[in-house]
Design a protein around this ligand. Structure first.
Ligand code: PHE
Length: 344
């Protein structure tokens, strides 16, 4: 009888055994929906093409490497602090309603982010999510108390080295269960403290334990108080994420009165560009192997720039010497000079 190698199940924390949820909608269905003609539909073919790329799920892609690193860190933090682990969502359809993306998050009805000059609409009430916060309320409402949700987000924007109309965000949310006798103020202070702890630890995990960072007050309609975290990198302060204690009204809209929690949102490209020294956001979309092959180790490494010209393979033909030729002579490049017209 052969023995199966099993991890003794009792030695594994039950929290580690929690399933990873990954609900999805077929990209082909999503793409069909994006193409349905409507007076308000302002989604160009160039954007539709990006929808099934899912760079954050592509093995060895820098965005996937960062995503996995953050998920592993957050779940280790949860385990060390005796909190429930985060459920992972990373394949939700990017099509959401105006209610999910704006109303549930208390975004004012005349806010610029709702305008069709900033957002890609399918029709009056459906759009491509502009941030992963669009999924917060649906999970809170359905009782998921701790989750990380990663996805592609879409904003009509100019294109340059640091802006692209499609990029990737990760949303983190934790709702707490307090005993009846804990006051609202105490509960919110504990939550704010936990939020700053997990994110300070994350910055150290990504940028090194000696990295300089600072908290600044910020404003988001769906969190109060709200903060941003800045990290010093190459002598400049860079904003790496936004976060805060979830607004009571957001919780109430999810039928969770007297429940409190925190949320954060971070941009994966921003982090990856800093950590891998990737100078241009458009490189993430490259199919060039000179890009993708650099990240095979799944480690954070320094990106090596390469020619802007495409890869160009050449067949080489030459006359064989009468005495014959050993292949090693070719590799050693002995007496042979190759002339090439390719000066890329
Ligand atoms: N959704 C916000 C943005 O895109 C970030 C955020 C997420 C802020 C969660 C607070 C809480 O800028």
């Amino acid at each position: 009888m052969h023995t199966l190698c099993r991890i003794p199940y009792l030695l594994v924390s039950p929290k580690l055994l929690r399933p990873r949820y990954c609900s999805s909608q077929a990209s082909s269905e999503v793409i069909q929906l994006l193409k349905v003609p409507h007076a308000k539909n302002n989604i160009p073919a160039s954007i539709i093409q990006k929808v099934d790329k899912k760079l954050h799920l592509k093995r060895h892609h820098p965005l996937n490497i960062i995503k996995t690193k953050i998920e592993d860190y957050c779940n280790k933090y949860a385990l060390d602090n005796e909190q429930n682990s985060f459920t992972i969502y990373d394949n939700l359809s990017p099509i959401v309603t105006t209610k999910q993306c704006f109303d549930d998050l208390l975004v004012a009805s005349d806010h610029i982010s709702r305008s069709s000059s900033d957002t890609y609409y399918l029709n009056e009430s459906t759009l491509l999510r502009t941030h992963t916060s669009a999924h917060q309320s649906q999970f809170i409402r359905s009782g998921v108390d701790s989750f990380l949700c990663t996805g592609d987000v879409y904003r009509r924007d100019e294109i340059d080295a640091s802006h692209y109309p499609v990029f990737h965000q990760m949303e983190g949310v934790r709702i707490f269960n307090f005993k009846e006798n804990v006051s609202v103020n105490d509960a919110k202070a504990i939550i704010e403290n936990d939020l700053k702890n997990i994110l300070t630890g994350l910055a150290k995990h990504l940028f090194g334990k000696d990295c300089e960072m600072r908290w600044r007050n910020d404003y988001f309609p769906f969190t109060t108080p709200s903060f941003e975290l800045e990290v010093k990198f190459n002598d400049a302060w860079l904003e790496v994420l936004g976060c805060g204690v979830i607004h009571d009204q957001v919780m109430a809209n999810c039928n969770k009165t007297n429940k409190y929690g925190w949320a954060f949102g971070l941009g994966l490209e921003r982090l990856a560009m800093i950590l891998f020294s990737i100078p241009d956001i458009r490189l993430f979309w490259s199919d060039d192997e000179r890009f993708s092959n650099q990240f095979k180790s799944n480690d954070i490494i320094k990106f090596q720039p390469y020619s802007k010209f495409p890869l160009c393979y050449k067949d080489v033909s030459f006359w064989l010497p009468a005495e014959g030729l050993h292949i090693n002579d070719v590799y050693e490049g002995k007496q042979y000079t190759l002339y090439s017209s390719d000066h890329h």
